[in-house]
Design a protein around this ligand. Structure first.
Ligand SMILES: *Cc1c(COP(=O)(O)O)cnc(C)c1O
Length: 386
């Protein structure tokens, strides 16, 4: 664990960078070599080979990822889904049971409810804001509790302090998908979580040009994920390792700007007569404000809204906008807008979507780093034409 640098801005630049510098290179070089000369290793997992996640490009990235969440270790993966599914499979075997938050990222929701049962692993969904109810869902074979820092797409923040406490009491591994908050706003390991998971595709990289994931935590737990990842093969290639650790250097600047810009935009939407609902944990009116304001340094750049006119108004609004791009995904420098019912949550049946509160007219917004005033002007002109 690198305690050498105090603040995340410095860690993003300095942590994990090779010392001494490789031939003096200021930017970490890419080690595009699948295999490396044998150096006397006696364990399969230590032989240097890209799939075994241990090239110099991986080492630099892993150290940076661990440092920014004040954790001992980290492992990158070929996507957020690779990190999350591999982490779950590293701690769950046939006959086990997992407790998971009820409105998870669509892919993980499906993996838990459709794929895990095929491996003989049971699940129950819980409301992350109601810890009093969790015990009734607990079973003798429960091994993992899995939640998200800010849930997608309704931006709900659960009782995050209660999760590690509950996990310790009942000897569970606590996992949290910290993608939406990013390590700038929330660092789960400091709050007692066992594993923090990321889709690095989003804020960590920030430039909408790669897919990657990560699991961050103690050396012991990250090693367990690494062993499973070495076998399942969801490894990040060295070139993407390089792109990700380059993108991460500006994370704090981007995130702090996006925090500010999104808060202003959410407040603007809340004041508009044509808008029925704004989901943003930074709004004082949000049911998530209490937990979020106690724990977060910022509320992130993600929000969702419901317009008065339902699905037709939603489609028209998206069409009328000039700056936001109609695309799924999030966390990049460009403002993106999407309807979760046709993108991130299209995999759920309409009735499952309704159960978790995602209407077909819900619009999700990922605020980029364009000037806030330009975005506000664009939203205002589109709303005026509805
Ligand atoms: C995008 C995302 C994932 C999946 O990550 P990929 O990099 O697309 O595999 C998981 N969780 C959340 C919260 C996400 O936004």
């Amino acid at each position: 664990m690198s305690r050498k640098y105090k603040n995340i801005e410095t860690k993003l630049i300095k942590s994990g960078e090779p010392e001494p510098k490789i031939l003096g290179a200021v930017s970490m070089p890419i080690f595009q070599s699948s295999t490396f000369e044998y150096g006397g290793e006696d364990n399969y997992h230590d032989v240097r080979y890209i799939r075994l996640n241990n090239t110099p490009s991986h080492d630099a990235l892993h150290k940076k990822l661990a440092a920014i969440e004040n954790a001992e270790a980290a492992i990158a993966a070929s996507s957020g889904m690779a990190a999350m599914t591999t982490a779950l499979l590293a701690f769950l075997v046939k006959g086990d049971h997992v407790l998971a938050q009820d409105n998870l990222y669509g892919g993980v929701h499906e993996f838990i409810s459709k794929d895990l049962p095929q491996f003989g692993i049971e699940y129950d969904f819980i409301d992350a804001s109601k810890p009093d109810e969790w015990k009734s869902k607990l079973k003798r074979n429960t091994k993992v509790i899995y939640i998200e820092t800010i849930s997608n797409p309704l931006m709900k923040v659960g009782d995050l302090n209660a999760v590690p406490k509950f996990a310790k009491e009942h000897k569970l591994i606590s996992m949290i998908d910290n993608t939406f908050a990013s390590p700038v706003n929330f660092r789960p390991i400091e709050h007692g979580f066992d594993l923090s998971l990321h889709s690095c595709t989003k804020y960590l990289n920030g430039h909408t040009d790669l897919v990657a994931g990560a699991a961050i935590g103690s050396t012991e737990y990250v090693d367990r994920v690494r062993m499973k990842l070495n076998h399942l093969g969801g490894t990040l290639d060295p070139h993407t390792c390089y792109l990700l650790q380059r993108g991460m250097k500006t994370l704090s600047l981007r995130m702090r700007y996006q925090n500010q810009s999104a808060l202003r935009i959410a407040e603007f939407f809340e004041a508009q007569p044509g808008i029925e609902k704004v989901n943003y944990p930074g709004l004082k009116s949000s049911p998530s404000y209490k937990f979020a304001s106690e724990l977060f340094e910022g509320f992130s750049g993600m929000m969702s809204i419901e317009l008065d006119g339902g699905e037709r108004a939603a489609d028209r609004f998206i069409e009328l906008l000039e700056i936001p791009i109609n695309a799924p995904s999030l966390g990049g420098v460009e403002t993106l807008i999407t309807k979760p019912s046709v993108t991130s949550h299209a995999g759920l049946s309409p009735s499952d979507r309704r159960k978790v509160g995602i209407s077909d007219s819900l619009i999700r917004l990922s605020v980029g780093i364009e000037h806030t005033d330009d975005l506000l002007e664009d939203f205002a002109q589109a709303l005026s034409k509805l």
